[in-house]
Design a protein around this ligand. Structure first.
Ligand code: NAD
Length: 493
């Protein structure tokens, strides 16, 4: 059966579906970037909210800013904006549910004025974003807004025919202001630390160039709540589409798959009304910082630990690492002995439960997370995810062995570009050449890798660290059997 509104109540019973009246739902949220993650996360929460409370004010109008979004737009239109979410459990069970919270979709290049009007409409209370890190247009070198970007220059010259998110936000906020209407909240759902602050800083840099008066109004009136988002959502594969068709009898051209875990911690800082997402599991907090820190130091750092050690050992995926008891034990000890002691208490969260849950999520054999993907751009990840754990443990005299072996492994990985068996590794990193050059000097100068100041800061000056690191990196260059070093750290000689 084709997925659409007419067939919704004829679908097989094993497929859950909305029971609320979609024809009564109004657009309260305009969402930019209807990728897999939006559909597994915010649209899922909003669907649950409508299902459990019967609210009709928070329907979502999706917007695609790129021509590449035409495909999802066409499919959603055919399916009356319905799609299936397949939740893949670690034990192999699959749970399928049709999501009804998306009720419209617009492709910006087809009609920019209509998109601006939709964003500035009095019923639009929130404009939310999942536009990937690249969409925020900051320079990796300086962290500042990149005014040289040709699309940004185009938007500054053509305010009513924008291409970028900054052009659209500015034009629609200008419309609100000109008719004396309060602005909407701008809510980032991208995986960026302090994503709201980042959006605000970038938008203000753009708006100040276009209209300094408007920039001052945005600065005063618009809210940009920070949020921590979490739900692993892999790219949809042809076999997911086939599974739905053959096992569930649903023809959906673009379903989404994800893990069962879901988390959304949001700073309660909105300009006007907001959905009561807390009734369906989201958490509203005054400050998202401790939640972000917990996620980065345990989930993201945990990924890097498995990613770098696993790549050298010859594992291919996160679940592959977790099926190896040595790696699973090592990860847990790293989290317990090194990451946790330097975390702050996080209200409402039991860190042991959080770690147990991470171990289960990483081990989910249905979510094949590739180590090459995990390791890409390690030079921007490790300084945020892992190195602060080392420096904070150095200050308090805590354990650093688990994390230091990961740095030694990263040196070997950057120098050789192969696993211990010589199998080539697919390394993607903006600093790939610099990392490789610094690492290649290791046999002559064991500390050469650490001298990359933008990555390691002053770590090379810390003798407790360099002594441990030198021992490990020398051992690795002598014998790249990483498992042996992991065993030594875990169980002694
Ligand atoms: P996706 O590739 O399915 O979708 C990306 C969307 O972003 C598309 O709609 C695309 O048009 C849009 N986009 C990309 N660059 C843009 C730009 N410069 N301007 C405007 N729009 C742009 O990816 P996804 O899995 O949905 O992930 C999107 C983001 O969600 C990630 O970058 C991350 O910040 C966040 N996230 C993803 C996951 C996950 O597991 N997939 C988990 C947590 C957070």
């Amino acid at each position: 059966l084709r997925l659409n509104q007419q067939n919704l109540y004829r679908l097989p019973a094993r497929v859950a579906r909305p029971t609320y009246d979609r024809s009564r739902v109004k657009v309260g949220i305009v969402h930019i970037g209807v990728g897999g993650f939006h559909r597994s996360h915010q649209a899922f929460y909003t669907d649950e909210l409508m299902e459990t409370t019967g609210t009709t004010e928070w329907g979502i109008c999706g917007v695609g800013l790129r021509d590449a979004d035409r495909k999802i737009g066409d499919i959603l239109k055919k399916q009356d904006h319905l799609y299936s979410l397949i939740v893949k459990h670690p034990g192999g069970q699959m749970e399928t549910r049709v999501i009804g919270s998306l009720i419209d979709f617009m492709l910006s290049c087809d009609d920019p004025a209509a998109v601006i009007a939709r964003m500035a409409h009095p019923e639009t209370k929130i404009v939310s974003l999942t536009i990937t890190e690249g969409g925020y247009n900051f320079s990796p070198a300086t962290g500042e807004f990149d005014l040289k970007n040709p699309d940004v220059r185009h938007d500054l010259a053509n305010p009513m025919l924008p291409r970028t998110i900054f052009g659209y936000l500015t034009a629609s906020l200008q419309q609100c202001r000109s008719v004396g209407r309060p602005p909407f909240t701008v809510q980032s759902c991208d995986n960026i630390q302090h994503n709201g602050d980042m959006t605000r800083r970038m938008l203000l840099a753009f708006a100040a160039k276009q209209d300094p008066e408007l920039a001052r109004w945005i600065e005063r009136e618009v809210c940009f709540p920070n949020a921590m988002v979490d739900r692993i959502t892999p790219v949809t594969t042809p076999s997911d589409i086939e599974y739905l068709d053959t096992e569930c009898g649903v023809k959906d051209e673009w379903p989404v798959t994800c893990e069962p875990f879901i988390q959304w911690v949001i700073e309660d800082h909105f300009c006007g009304a907001r959905p009561a997402w807390e009734t369906v599991g989201a958490q509203f907090v005054p400050d998202v910082t401790p939640y972000e820190k917990m996620k980065i130091r345990l989930l993201n750092a945990g990924h890097s630990v498995l990613g770098l050690l696993g790549s050298i050992h010859g594992h291919a995926t996160i679940d592959g690492c977790m099926a190896d008891p040595l790696f699973a034990t090592y990860l847990r000890r790293f989290m317990d002995f090194e990451a946790t002691p330097v975390l702050d208490a996080v209200e409402g969260i039991d860190l042991d439960d959080y770690k147990d849950c991470l171990i289960e999520r990483f081990g989910n054999p249905n979510i094949k997370d590739n180590l090459a993907r995990i390791c890409l751009e390690s030079s921007s990840k490790l300084p945020k995810f892992l190195i602060p754990t080392i420096t904070e443990n150095l200050t308090r005299g805590g354990s650093i062995e688990y994390a230091t072996l990961v740095i030694a492994a990263w040196c070997f990985y950057s120098d050789k570009g192969t696993s211990r068996h010589g199998a080539p590794l697919d390394i993607v990193d903006d600093l790939k050449a610099e990392l490789n050059k610094a690492a290649a000097d290791t046999p002559r100068d064991p500390l050469s890798f650490l001298k990359l100041k933008p990555v390691f800061g002053d770590l090379v000056r810390h003798q407790t660290f360099t002594t441990t690191y030198t021992r490990m990196v020398n051992a690795l260059y002598e014998n790249p059997d990483i498992a042996r070093q992991m065993q030594t750290i875990l169980f002694g000689q």
